[in-house]
Design a protein around this ligand. Structure first.
Ligand SMILES: Cc1cc2nc3c(=O)[nH]c(=O)nc-3n(C[C@H](O)[C@H](O)[C@H](O)COP(=O)(O)OP(=O)(O)OC[C@H]3O[C@@H](n4cnc5c(N)ncnc54)[C@H](O)[C@@H]3O)c2cc1C
Length: 434
């Protein structure tokens, strides 16, 4: 039976046949004339986790630990396990995820297939850099162990491979040693992009993690000011502590989230975060890495029209010129971005053939879906990022054109050699016109 599947941005839905997979040993049938896509927690914003009019494998039930070496930090799990479940086990034992995105409600398989990056890309690279081995099921029934020394081509294609090379059944990753669950954190306010660039170049090398929040909701003089948030693991003896979780009702009217309200929210947020005057404090890791996880279903705040998140990376060598031009286009359009996050990606290359993370500045911008004007703005911003030598992130994307995808991923032809012919997605058909 067809079911409606929705991704995180709630702007795109798909009608799909959903097959739930609970055991790695469960026989999986691939019918003729149908395409398939494995999915995790559907935390991608656009359509890379959707397969309209076709089938998806829901792997959330494939969530068991397989092995954990407490001496070396090598952990093997089934691919549907959440990063949250992994952290719950490893943090009290003095280990941490090598790389983590801004939510822990993603699956191991989803983290590999989008080759996610965290606030430590300048030190550790992307998630794929820490994958030692994975087990891949192809549609011809073959189960392959893939690593740097075995089936290396498929290993590299599957990291950042958007679920198109087969089903990742399990993976082994190398964890990072920590002394406690505490993070020594520092918040440093800046008035605009020039100050950010100077600050980030000076301060980021001293910290394991850095990320900047930008105020792109106030379109006046305060546009582009922000807070650089830095942190490193410490030995404060801090115990893991979950943030309190609040839920957003499923049916929120979209007018509740408006420019006035977010403008005021940003005033308060900026004030509170600046108040520490640059002093360092020790805090538990969860509020540092996952502030949005405290608000369950926060994507429902945008109402039934949903929202878009654009994320691109542009090269760093132009002293922030590309970033400034793109931000200026946002301001000129009169469209506030309710959440804007800026990170620096470092030079450590991912093994993934189609991986998004590469050296440069990466900017995420959320826009409420207001129909045609939003679509037109996104199309201008995509174009600007590509013309400036940048790339667009499939995990967030709902609007990029085939030519923009090809420009973002010059290694596309090499990737296509490894794609499983029975695997496809709404995203893949859109960006390759297949
Ligand atoms: C609040 C929030 C913050 C975020 N912050 C970041 C961030 O800081 N950095 C970042 O990089 N991303 C970030 N993301 C994006 C998110 O990390 C990625 O979209 C991630 O891939 C989602 O994982 P998932 O388990 O939900 O996978 P899904 O969204 O369900 O699927 C994502 C892709 O993985 C494939 N896939 C899933 N499971 C498998 C499997 N077992 N085998 C093969 N392919 C599979 C799917 O086909 C699809 O192409 C954020 C998302 C949210 C909602």
């Amino acid at each position: 039976m067809l079911q409606t599947v929705t991704s995180w941005g709630r702007t795109i839905t798909a009608d799909s046949f959903v097959h739930r997979i609970n055991w790695r040993t469960q026989p999986i049938i691939f019918e003729a004339g149908r395409s398939y896509l494995p999915v995790g927690a559907l935390r991608s914003y656009g359509d890379c986790c959707l397969n309209d009019k076709s089938a998806v494998f829901d792997l959330a039930g494939l969530n068991r630990f397989i092995s954990f070496n407490r001496e070396t930090g090598e952990l093997e799990c089934e691919a549907g396990i959440s990063l949250r479940k992994i952290s719950d086990i490893i943090v009290p034992q003095g280990w941490f995820l090598p790389v983590t995105p801004g939510t822990q409600w993603v699956t191991l398989g989803g983290a590999i297939a989008n080759d996610v990056h965290g606030k430590n890309h300048h030190k550790e690279g992307s998630f794929g850099c820490a994958v030692l081995e994975l087990e891949l099921l192809r549609s011809n029934g073959e189960k392959l162990r893939c690593s740097r020394s075995q089936n290396n081509g498929l290993f590299r294609a599957t990291i950042g491979g958007l679920g198109l090379t087969g089903i990742i059944l399990s993976a082994k990753i190398k964890l990072k040693k920590i002394s406690s669950a505490g993070i020594t954190a520092q918040n440093i306010p800046f008035s605009g992009l020039d100050e950010y660039l100077e600050l980030s170049a000076r301060v980021s090398p001293q910290y394991e993690y850095t990320v900047a929040w930008l105020d792109c909701a106030n379109l006046g003089a305060k546009f582009g000011r922000g807070i650089l948030m830095c942190g490193s693991h410490d030995d404060s003896g801090c115990k893991p502590r979950s943030s309190r979780r609040f839920s957003v009702p499923e049916k929120m009217p979209s007018w509740l989230l408006n420019n006035f309200l977010i403008g005021r929210f940003n005033e308060v947020y900026h004030f509170v975060k600046s108040r520490s005057g640059g002093r360092t404090t020790s805090i538990p890791y969860e509020p540092f890495f996952y502030p949005l996880d405290a608000l369950h279903n926060w994507n429902a705040l945008y109402g039934k029209q949903g929202f878009f998140q654009l994320q691109f990376v542009v090269p760093q060598h132009d002293n922030g010129k590309a970033l400034k031009e793109i931000l200026e286009e946002v301001r000129r359009s009169g469209t506030p971005s309710y959440l804007a996050v800026l990170k620096d990606l470092g030079p450590l290359a991912s093994p993934g053939i189609l991986s998004f993370p590469r050296e440069g500045h990466t900017l995420c911008l959320d826009f409420a879906n207001r129909g045609r004007p939003t679509a037109q703005l996104l199309s201008r911003l995509n174009k600007m990022a590509i013309e400036r030598g940048g790339a667009i992130y499939p995990a967030k994307d709902a609007t990029m054109l085939p030519a923009e995808f090809a420009a973002s991923y010059p290694t596309l032809e090499e990737f296509i050699r490894y794609r499983d012919p029975k695997f496809s997605s709404s995203f893949w058909r859109r960006v390759t016109s297949a």
